[in-house]
Design a protein around this ligand. Structure first.
Ligand SMILES: NC(=O)c1ccc[n+]([C@@H]2O[C@H](COP(=O)([O-])OP(=O)(O)OC[C@H]3O[C@@H](n4cnc5c(N)ncnc54)[C@H](O)[C@@H]3O)[C@@H](O)[C@H]2O)c1
Length: 367
């Protein structure tokens, strides 16, 4: 199937940015929200975005005006009857999303795809409130969706292959890099990125290094554009707590760090602290823990066949700005070195050494 017209439900942070991206790439988009002011705000934000793109020479003034014209909105779901794809980006609550689907889906054409932008709910759990689960999938955009180039395309248990193919093609047509993954907690990317952030905070909680020192090591060893504490301040400590708590059922290793809970519950920010000189022994301990935590989560994910290593590295490079994406980094370090970093975590948290450790050395090559 080919997508020609798109609907977006929810005109908040994500829905407005998703609609902005899609209209920019030539598709008529209709955005619906319960609040008329949210719709007006989203349309105005999109026009400002296109205007800035034009000022920066990324689109012509005529293209900016045309993109603005393609974007319409209102409060009525009936307006979505002619869409081929509807992306849902309402509040992150199962009952709210399920109630919405109950009203939305009877108004859609039979072949229309419905995608949820959920971060933490299972696509399978949401699919239970949809009468055509084969047309239902996850399309998880990253914030800010108007510019972040990555979208996780999440295959629910009942999602039809043709629906996945259409979503992948649609991502490419809107200049997004799709990361195809299974419906599993944290999907492909937050599954290892959250434990990496969480471990950074555990290192601080253990009195080993300051946020500045942890961030500096992270930027060095993973080639991260910004260290984990700067990232927490950017995305919000409450969001970080929510995302980590979503993984907690996977075992003790995934439980939120003490200060992830403390700072997150207060929606606080981190003091990054003053620069301090490098210390070889401390920095090595920090590096081992940051990489060990990232690698453990990632290898467990590979054991569970959540996503392919090449897709994971693509996402890490472009969604999180890791200059040294983790599968390629493990290959470069080699199996023995990765195992040395993993072992302390397996012992502390009673986790088995992941089977995928045996693939280290050829992860990136196999794709
Ligand atoms: N904010 C992020 O960083 C981020 C990143 C990726 C995914 N997500 C996911 O995207 C979704 C939306 O998040 P957000 O941050 O944009 O939220 P938000 O609070 O900014 O916006 C949600 C919008 O949905 C509207 N809404 C609520 N119920 C509705 C209904 N029944 N019908 C129509 N509109 C309704 C609200 O009025 C609001 O404008 C969530 O599932 C969230 O988990 C968020």
């Amino acid at each position: 199937m080919t997508v020609k017209k798109v609907g977006v439900v929810g005109a908040g942070t994500m829905g407005s940015g998703i609609a902005t991206n899609i209209a920019q790439h030539g598709y008529p988009v209709h955005i619906v929200d319960v609040g008329a002011s949210q719709v007006e705000g989203a349309l105005a934000k999109a026009r400002v975005f296109y205007q800035r793109q034009a000022e920066r020479g990324r689109m012509s003034a005529a293209e900016a005006a045309a993109a603005g014209d393609r974007l319409r909105g209102g409060t009525e779901l009936d307006a979505l009857g002619g869409c081929d794809l509807v992306i849902e980006a309402v509040f992150e609550q199962l009952d709210i999303k399920a109630e919405l689907y109950g009203r939305l889906i009877p108004r859609l054409a039979p072949g229309c795809l419905v995608a949820t932008n959920t971060s933490c709910l299972q696509v399978g759990a949401l699919a239970r409130s949809v009468d055509r689960p084969e047309r239902f999938l996850g399309m998880h955009y990253f914030n800010p969706p108007s510019v972040n180039p990555v979208v996780e395309v999440v295959r629910g248990e009942k999602t039809a292959p043709s629906a996945i193919d259409a979503a992948l093609a649609f991502c490419t047509a809107t200049e997004k890099m799709p990361v195809l993954c299974r419906d599993s907690s944290g999907f492909a990317l937050n599954r290892f990125f959250c434990p990496y952030i969480n471990e950074a905070v555990r290192i601080y909680d253990d009195g080993i290094a300051t946020p500045f020192e942890v961030d500096r090591v992270a930027c060095d060893v993973l080639g991260a554009a910004a260290g984990p504490f700067v990232v927490i301040n950017l995305v919000g400590s409450r969001v970080v707590l929510h995302a980590q708590s979503n993984l907690a059922a996977l075992g003790g290793f995934y439980a939120p760090a003490e200060s992830v809970v403390r700072v997150g519950e207060q929606a606080g920010s981190w003091e990054i602290g003053d620069p301090s000189p490098p210390d070889a022994a401390r920095d090595k301990a920090v590096a081992d823990r940051l990489m060990g935590a990232t690698f453990l989560a990632l290898l467990q994910e590979l054991d569970e066949e959540v996503a392919a290593p090449a897709d994971i590295d693509l996402g890490a490079r472009h969604a999180f700005k890791f200059g040294k994406p983790p599968c390629g980094l493990m290959d470069a370090l080699g199996r023995k070195e990765v195992e040395r970093m993993l072992r302390p975590f397996c012992e502390t948290y009673g986790a088995a050494v992941p089977r995928s450790l045996s693939r280290v050395g050829q992860l990136a090559a196999r794709g």
